[in-house]
Design a protein around this ligand. Structure first.
Ligand code: HEC
Length: 233
């Protein structure tokens, strides 16, 4: 029985918990998939600051609009890159071979990154860029060492430097939204978390009903078992 309980517990554990082990402490992203305003802002930042390089090939803008409560005409007017159509996958605009020659690696598709890396990882990645003159892009990252990606949000956050002794990051010059930057990183993370599993918010909602049903069912089954065995004893 105990073995079974432990096996069940492991099976139910979020995969990101099991996959941790980089040794780095990650600050919690605390993504709230019912906070549509946050995911809407995140979508806006993603389209303006990320989609040039990164595609979301498993996501379409009309799905984003309807899931996050963005009117379709607003999405069409403000959220479409180049000559994209609202029902098409959200592709990047940079040709892959060009990206490769610039960065050494092509920017990966981010559709499933939240599921592979976890929300906490993405959030911490976005707040951990620092200036590194020895890196090809001039930037480095404490979460993803020698990442080929430059700090594309530096004009919002500002510039951080790494103290090599304490291993802490210090903001040495403020960007235009330095005070809001933490929220911005949260919003983008929330959006990518939603993209990784668009039905998760609904599933969490139904999950509560399923748990209640199981509980009621368990009580009934237990009562039945007692009733059944009473005559046997
Ligand atoms: C100028 C191009 C460019 C832009 C713009 C850009 N990235 Fe990147 N990004 C890259 C490249 C290149 C990599 C690959 C880094 C590596 O593997 O060394 C990368 C990697 C990543 C990764 C890690 C993926 C993984 O699992 O390895 C994440 C997450 C990410 N970017 C998020 C973002 C977000 C969020 C934005 C917008 C705020 C953004 N990127 C904007 C070029 C870009």
């Amino acid at each position: 029985m105990r073995k079974l309980a432990i096996t069940l517990l492991i099976a139910l554990m979020p995969s990101t918990l099991l996959a941790s082990g980089s040794g780095l402490e990650l600050k919690p992203a605390n993504v709230d998939l019912s906070d549509k305003a946050s995911m809407q802002r995140g979508a806006g930042y993603f389209i303006n600051y990320c989609q040039g390089c990164h595609s979301l090939q498993f996501m379409r803008l009309n799905r984003v609009a309807s899931d996050l409560g963005i009117p379709e005409d607003v999405a069409k007017a403000e959220m479409m890159l180049g000559d994209a159509k609202i029902g098409e996958p959200m592709l990047n605009t940079i040709p892959e071979d060009q990206a490769k020659s610039w960065f050494g690696v092509a920017p990966p598709d981010l559709s499933l990154t939240a599921r592979l890396r976890g929300d906490d990882w993405i959030y911490n990645y976005l707040i951990s860029f620092y200036k590194d003159p020895s890196a090809p892009s001039g930037w480095n990252n404490t979460i993803f060492e020698n990442a080929a990606m430059p700090h594309v949000l530096a004009n919002l956050q500002g510039v951080q430097e790494l103290d090599h002794e304490t291993h802490e990051l210090k903001l040495v010059s403020k960007g235009s939204k330095a005070d809001e930057y933490d929220q911005i990183a949260h919003d983008i993370t929330a959006f990518l978390s939603y993209v990784g599993e668009p039905v998760k918010a609904k599933r969490q909602f139904y999950g509560i009903f399923v748990m209640i049903f199981l509980l009621v069912f368990f009580v009934l089954a237990y009562a039945l078992k007692k009733e059944y065995w009473r005559d046997v004893h």
